[in-house]
Every structure is written in structure tokens, then in C-alpha cells.
Design a protein around this ligand. Structure first.
Ligand SMILES: Nc1ncnc2c1ncn2[C@@H]1O[C@H](COP(=O)(O)OP(=O)(O)OP(=O)(O)O)[C@@H](O)[C@H]1O
Length: 441
């Protein structure tokens, strides 16, 4: 460690199991019919001997596939779950944004909930009262201060919870997947807050599936796999490890699905429910992770992508009216001649807003096994403010549906703007008026 300050969190040998009941006797009739049946249970080990520490002032990411134990770990750190084994040492006051509704009393209005939460998080009554306005201002909920939370929408609850968390001046913030909820404007606010927390040197532990956020904000990241620490260190290699893990898991899952189903090649769009083969009949791997749908013959791998502005600075959201470039990172797993790269953006109602291809735009190139490339798609952003998903594919030449890798909706990005016409595009236009040509009756 670089200085003598104790770590914000020091975790050693942390393990946690859940007991999952096999079967339950629900009714009196079942109990009478099966008097000797005792409900058994299975033990599910969710965290297994987890060791790590987080320095004070560090922005620390926790990543991993669904069910790898990230949220359980965060709840152990927050003291919501008791660990079965191991030690957690905490240095500082902790504020959490963990699960919607946790810590709120739905029968009370926002004002009371802010007071209760702020005092539970260590503020005096007077300090808590003095924060009510700033919490409401950040959450943009001034008009709803006396409304009971049970009448709030989930978006309003998220804004309130996030706002309380950041306004109580805690030393350590535990944040679970905040970016997956809320609208585009709220997401942008969260990003701005992350930037501020980073600049202020606050300790933040962020659970996320967004590798772009990991790379942009985190000093270090930890990858969990089946409740164990699979990697810990610099954000870039750890997030690449995560993407590789995801890819190989998706591939294995698809192969298993194919073996089970014994399905012959089908045509069409990749599906979340079954294996798909390219029209050429090549072996095709299909899998879904969350909203993402993935297909391809694994000849190439889309490792990830990121947006940069005109100054080549990475951006998490896209400001309307500016020039922006999408960088698509691809690795080839076999020699490839003249592949085509495609990049697409879909808006929140899944309409295709942009579809760009390198076909007939880039010279015909060959790539070697193991070679990595970054394909750049630059455009002037005339899109309306909204939440967009990014899809990309690498296809063999001549048949755009002969996918080497096709990742549908593998990233999300918000377009923000100060003004909004409500139209699909925000195209700059000129207006003028001439009176002399208007005939009056
Ligand atoms: N209260 C609980 N009781 C029983 N099992 C649980 C409980 N909470 C979580 N689990 C199980 O523990 C495992 C890890 O869950 P956890 O929510 O920690 O994973 P995660 O990495 O946060 O996943 P995701 O990315 O989907 O949010 C999962 O198999 C989940 O079903």
C-alpha cells in the first residue's frame, strides 16, 4: 500500500451460502397425504472465500456474469446480509444504493423518508433537515415531497434513493447497477456524479455490467465468477477477461442447446430462445445475456466498443449536434479475407436509427488469426435525445448474414440535448419569414 491509511474495505475469506428449499408442503391436504415428507434444502454457495481490499479514495468496480454473486457481496459489505465465514473491515461511513425500496417506508412521504435515511446514515437531525432541499433538487422531486412513496413511480424512487445516497457525505458509497435504471437524463446525471465523486476522492464500489463505465471511472476492478474472485486489477484487462468469459460461456451454452435440441440449421434473426444457424449452414452459436442476443460462428469476436467525441475523448453519453465516433474492437480467431463490419443504433422503441457498414467503404483487407482491429464509424449526431442500444456484427464477405460474430444490443448509450423537439431527428435548420409575398384578402 502506498500510504499508511487503512483500507476502506478489507475483506478476507468471505463466504456466503443460501438455503434453497427442495419442495414445500403448501396445503394441509399435502401434509396429510405425505406425513413423513420433510422439506429438504440445498445449499447454494454464492460467495466462496473472497479476498480483496479497496483503498480509501478508490473507485472500485465489481463485474461478473448474472448470478456470479456481485449483489450478494455488496449486501454483505453493506451489512444487509451476514456472511457465513470471513471478515469484513470497514473504515468510514457507508452509504448504499442497492435495491429499489430497501430502506424506504412506502407509507411515508419523501420528506420523512429523506430524514429517516439521512439520520440512519449518520447525519444529525439538524443536518438531515438541512439536506432535504438538496436531495429533492437533485432528484427533481420538489413537487412530490408530500406524496407517499407507494404512489411514486419506480423512476422517481430510483432518483430519490440515488439522491439521498450522494447527499449524505458518506465516506464510502456502495452502488449496484444504477445505470440500468432511470431515463437518459438521469443516467447522464449519474455519470456527472461519478465524475464528481472521483474528483473528490470518495471511495466508491460500483457493481455494473457496463464495461465502458468500468474503464472510464474505475481505478481497479474485480471479476467474480461463481462466487470466486476470477481477476482483480486494472480495469482494462479485467473487463476484457469478463468479455472473454461471457463470450466463451455464451458459446458453450449455445453448443449445449444445440446438442439438446439437435436442431438443424435455421435461417433468420438470432433468437433468444433457440439456436440459429447462418443460411450457409455453418456452425452457429447463439446466446443471450440480459437483453443482448449473440450469434455467429466465432471466427471473429466483437470484444467491445466505445464512443469518442471530436477530441478523441471517451464519452458515456452523446450530446446531440456533435460529431461522434464509435470504435468497434474486434479480434479474429481465424484468418479472414475481406470481412464486413456493421454498426447499428436502435432507439428506445427499437427503431433502427443508424446502420453503417464498411462494405464498399473500406478497402478489401485480410486479417490473421489473433489479430485485433478497431473499426471506426464517425458521424454527426443528429439523433433525438433518447436511450439507444448498440449492435454490431462482423460478417463474411458477400453474405451479410454469414456472421462471424453478431452482437445485438450489447451496449446502451444515451443521447442528451438541451432542447428537444420530440422528433426522431434533431437536424439543424434555418428559418426565415417574408411578408412581401403573402397575399392578403
Ligand atoms: N436471498 C436469496 N436467497 C436464495 N438465493 C439467492 C438470494 N439472493 C441471491 N441468490 C442467488 O445467489 C446467486 C447470486 O446472486 P446475486 O444476485 O448475488 O448475483 P449477481 O452477480 O448480482 O447477479 P446479476 O448480475 O444477475 O444481478 C444467484 O444464483 C441467486 O439466485
Amino acid at each position: 500500500m502506498s500510504d499508511a491509511r487503512p483500507a476502506a474495505f478489507a475483506v478476507t475469506g468471505l463466504s456466503k451460502e443460501f438455503r434453497i428449499p427442495h419442495e414445500q408442503v403448501h396445503t394441509l391436504k399435502e401434509r396429510v397425504l405425505h406425513p413423513l415428507r420433510r422439506p429438504g434444502h440445498e445449499r447454494l454457495r454464492v460467495l466462496d472465500d473472497v479476498d480483496f481490499h479497496v483503498e480509501q479514495g478508490e473507485f472500485f468496480g465489481i463485474i461478473g456474469r448474472n448470478g456470479s454473486g456481485k449483489s450478494t457481496l455488496l449486501k454483505c459489505l453493506a451489512g444487509i446480509y451476514r456472511a457465513d465465514a470471513g471478515r469484513i473491515l470497514v473504515n468510514g461511513r457507508v452509504s448504499t444504493f442497492i435495491e429499489l425500496g430497501v430502506g424506504f417506508n412506502m407509507d411515508l412521504p419523501a420528506r420523512d423518508n429523506i430524514l429517516i435515511n439521512a439520520t440512519m446514515l449518520g447525519l444529525s437531525q439538524r443536518e438531515a433537515r438541512s439536506r432535504i432541499d438538496s436531495v429533492l433538487e437533485f432528484a427533481e422531486l420538489h413537487d412530490f415531497v408530500d406524496l407517499k412513496l407507494k404512489n411514486y413511480s419506480s423512476g422517481m424512487l430510483v432518483r430519490l434513493a440515488f439522491s439521498v445516497m450522494i447527499q449524505v457525505d458518506a465516506d464510502i458509497l456502495l452502488i449496484d447497477e444504477v445505470l440500468a435504471v432511470g431515463d437518459a437524463a438521469f443516467q447522464q446525471k449519474c455519470y456527472d456524479e461519478f465524475g464528481r465523486l472521483r474528483r473528490e476522492g470518495r471511495t466508491v464500489i460500483l457493481v455494473t455490467h457496463e464495461m465502458a463505465s468500468v474503464q472510464r471511472f474505475c481505478d481497479r476492478a474485480m471479476l467474480l465468477e461463481n462466487g470466486r474472485v476470477a481477476n482483480i486489477g486494472e480495469p482494462e484487462p479485467v473487463s476484457s477477461h469478463y468479455l472473454r468469459l461471457n463470450f466463451s460461456h455464451d458459446a458453450r451454452a449455445a453448443e449445449a442447446a444445440r446438442a439438446r435440441a439437435g436442431v438443424a440449421a435455421m435461417q433468420g434473426e438470432p433468437s433468444e430462445t433457440g439456436p440459429t444457424a447462418a443460411p450457409s449452414g455453418r456452425r452457429v452459436l447463439t446466446a443471450a445475456g440480459g437483453d443482448e442476443v449473440r450469434a455467429g460462428d466465432a471466427g471473429a469476436e466483437i470484444i467491445g466498443g466505445w464512443f469518442v467525441d471530436a477530441d478523441e475523448q471517451q464519452v458515456e453519453s452523446l450530446e446531440a449536434g456533435r460529431r461522434v465516433t464509435f470504435n468497434l474492437h474486434v479480434r479474429f480467431h481465424e484468418d479472414a479475407r475481406g470481412p464486413v463490419f456493421v454498426f447499428m443504433l436502435r432507439n428506445s422503441v427499437n427503431e433502427r436509427a443508424i446502420a453503417a457498414t464498411t462494405e464498399q467503404q473500406l478497402p478489401y483487407e485480410s486479417y490473421r488469426t489473433g489479430e485485433e482491429v478497431v473499426v471506426r464509424f464517425g458521424f454527426h449526431n443528429v439523433l433525438a435525445p433518447d436511450q439507444y442500444t448498440v449492435s454490431a456484427l462482423v460478417a463474411r464477405p458477400g453474405a451479410v448474414d454469414a456472421w462471424m460474430d453478431n452482437r445485438e444490443r450489447f451496449m446502451a448509450v444515451a443521447v442528451t440535448s438541451s432542447g428537444q423537439s420530440g422528433a426522431l431527428l434533431e437536424i439543424p435548420f434555418d428559418v426565415s419569414l417574408r411578408r412581401d409575398v403573402v397575399e392578403t384578402a
